[in-house]
Design a protein around this ligand. Structure first.
Ligand SMILES: CC(C)(COP(=O)(O)OP(=O)(O)OC[C@H]1O[C@@H](n2cnc3c(N)ncnc32)[C@H](O)[C@@H]1OP(=O)(O)O)[C@@H](O)C(=O)NCCC(=O)NCCS
Length: 171
């Protein structure tokens, strides 16, 4: 048995058997950080088991697991149209607050990026709330550049929020 809990930390792709862990960490993210995502807690809380499974298996999702406990999550959604298959969007980026500032977001993004590259994806794109400084710093550190801005991309409790679009070539 390990002397510290960090011995049990692993980062890996989630599979169909991880649907309960996926649901826990995704709903935690939406509940605690409602301005960070276009979806709301209520949007996802109403999914049935089949929809949760589809969300996990149609596109890859990756997690940091502390034993059986998911503490961080991210995924990507690949473009399905033939002429855009080289593109994917990074989604669901979340690290539990007590785990932040220790490099888990970077390590998870590294695993995701290696997976995407192995699938033949050549560029990763994402959108981030313009006021979300920690996330913007993360993506800039990891080589993402700003390619645009969508004004009023989301409206949270009546407040319009701009979204910064970023991308990184990975080929
Ligand atoms: C954005 C988010 C995922 C970043 O997670 P994180 O695990 O803290 O990210 P990292 O640890 O890789 O980097 C965060 C900070 O820790 C520092 N850090 C990175 N690796 C480190 C290490 N090994 N040791 C100490 N510090 C480290 C980084 O320099 C960075 O510092 P900064 O505050 O100056 O930017 C997290 O804040 C989060 O979940 N926010 C809420 C949801 C959200 O906004 N999602 C993004 C939607 S687009």
């Amino acid at each position: 048995m390990g002397m510290s809990s960090t011995d049990d930390i692993i980062i890996r792709r989630l599979g169909p058997d991880d649907v309960d862990a996926f649901r826990r960490i995704r709903l935690e993210a939406l509940r605690l950080n409602p301005t960070a995502f276009a979806s709301t807690f209520e949007d996802w809380a109403r999914f049935d088991d089949g929809e949760w499974l589809r969300r996990l298996t149609d596109n890859p999702a990756f997690a940091v697991l502390d034993g059986a406990e998911p503490v961080a999550l991210m995924g990507y959604v690949r473009e399905r149209s033939s002429n855009a298959r080289h593109r994917a969007t990074v989604v669901m980026v979340y690290v539990r607050e007590v785990m932040r500032g220790a490099g888990f977001a970077k390590r998870l993004l590294d695993v995701l990026t290696r997976h995407a590259r192995a699938q033949g994806i050549g560029q990763l794109e994402l959108g981030v709330n313009s006021q979300n400084e920690p996330a913007r710093r993360l993506y800039e550190r990891e080589g993402y550049t700003v390619i645009g801005c969508i004004p009023a991309a989301t409206i949270v409790d009546g407040v319009a929020m701009d979204e910064v679009l970023m991308m990184r070539r990975i080929d």
